[in-house]
Design a protein around this ligand. Structure first.
Ligand SMILES: NC(=O)c1ccc[n+]([C@@H]2O[C@H](COP(=O)([O-])OP(=O)(O)OC[C@H]3O[C@@H](n4cnc5c(N)ncnc54)[C@H](O)[C@@H]3O)[C@@H](O)[C@H]2O)c1
Length: 326
């Protein structure tokens, strides 16, 4: 069995490659080529959740499972709030062939979901972006936004202002590479006013910005929420958005409070969801149809993304002799 750590994963795989991997995974998913049950989540304490996410992909000789825990209290202990491990099995023997750091893999593939959505749905000419949340996922979300479009500035907002300052200073590698200025937003309104692309990646249970302030033509990536009783977006913006794209209908209908909460109150309908990202890639659904539209992408994550990217990283590691065999 090969063991791959976080550093090896990032050395082997770039954000661009992760975006391409997701492109493939979304198409497989929308064509029905993946056997991927909705994850099993054990809600351990009300806030701490451990999930088991298996998938088998036809044509990829590989089955896999990611074990991922979201423990928000970890942040105060200096360890990631979201930690994960991915296992893939050998198609001939059924034995586990690789164990890899799923924490880094999750950051990479989740950033790449927003990166792909931004490439597909945001207007070409953008100036300002807004990033909500500065935790473990935020670095790769920022990298993905900047990989997809050229921004002049990204406003960064977090409920804890000291975390914004720390984030901006530790991401100077990215701001220099992409020639963008990272600006601390003093309020949610200041972040969102005039922003062309808005990415939310927080642990918030409640909407993180006022949807009425979103400008025409903006694109939103809603990434943080994955529980039916939690939402990062308010009811106004999910109803105002002209086109809504999701990563996986079955998973979103089980997990995304952004839609499930207003649906339960009769104030949002599933028919308002335009389609899956994979449907757009397959040409079954159109993406943005005019520069004035507000587009919205909601992702909760699903195991096809993990197994596809995990398999590609594994193959590259074998080809380049990276990793430790145990
Ligand atoms: N969609 C997916 O596939 C996917 C994948 C991985 C993680 N996630 C989710 O993304 C979320 C963020 O993960 P993380 O590892 O970065 O968490 P984290 O705990 O490291 O960071 C979360 C940050 O959000 C901030 N925050 C909370 N409420 C806020 C608000 N109202 N406005 C602005 N900032 C706020 C916190 O202060 C913190 O800095 C989690 O809920 C996680 O489950 C989703």
């Amino acid at each position: 069995m090969l063991v791959l750590d976080a550093r090896s994963i990032r050395r082997l795989f770039s954000m661009e490659e992760a975006i391409d991997s997701n492109r493939e995974a979304f198409v497989i998913q929308s064509q029905g080529g993946a056997d991927v049950p909705v994850r099993i989540s054990f809600n351990l304490t009300g806030t701490d959740v451990t999930s088991f996410m298996p998938a088998f992909i036809e044509g990829f000789p590989q089955a896999g499972v990611k074990i991922v825990s979201t423990f928000p209290g970890n942040t105060a202990k200096g360890i990631p709030a979201v930690s994960a491990t991915l296992l893939l099995t050998d198609p001939v023997t059924g034995e586990v062939s690789v164990l890899m750091d799923g924490t880094e893999l999750t950051r990479l593939r989740t950033g790449a979901v927003s990166g792909l959505a931004t490439k597909l749905f945001a207007n070409e000419n953008v100036e300002a972006g807004a990033l909500f949340g500065t935790g473990g996922q935020a670095h790769s979300q920022l990298e993905a936004m900047l990989t997809a479009r050229h921004f002049k500035e990204i406003r960064v907002f977090d409920l804890d202002p000291s975390r914004v300052e720390a984030f901006i200073s530790r991401t100077c590698d990215i701001s220099e590479k992409f020639d963008v200025s990272l600006v601390k937003a003093d309020s949610s309104d200041a972040a969102v006013d005039g922003a062309d692309v808005i990415t939310t990646v927080t642990t918030s249970a409640n909407p993180v910005f006022d949807g009425r302030r979103v400008k025409e033509g903006a694109h939103i990536n809603a990434v943080g929420g994955f529980l039916p009783h939690k939402r990062e977006l308010d009811e106004y913006i999910v109803n105002r958005a002209d086109r809504i794209f999701i990563d996986n209908m079955e998973a979103v209908m089980a997990e995304a409070g952004e839609f499930l909460i207003p649906m339960a109150e009769g104030r949002f309908s599933r028919e308002s969801i335009t389609g899956e990202i994979g449907d757009v890639l397959l040409g079954k659904t159109r993406g943005r149809t005019s520069p004035d539209e507000i587009t919205l992408m909601k992702t909760v994550g699903f195991a096809t993304l993990d197994v596809v990217i995990g398999y590609k990283i594994f193959k590259k590691a074998l080809a380049e002799g990276v990793g430790i065999t145990i």
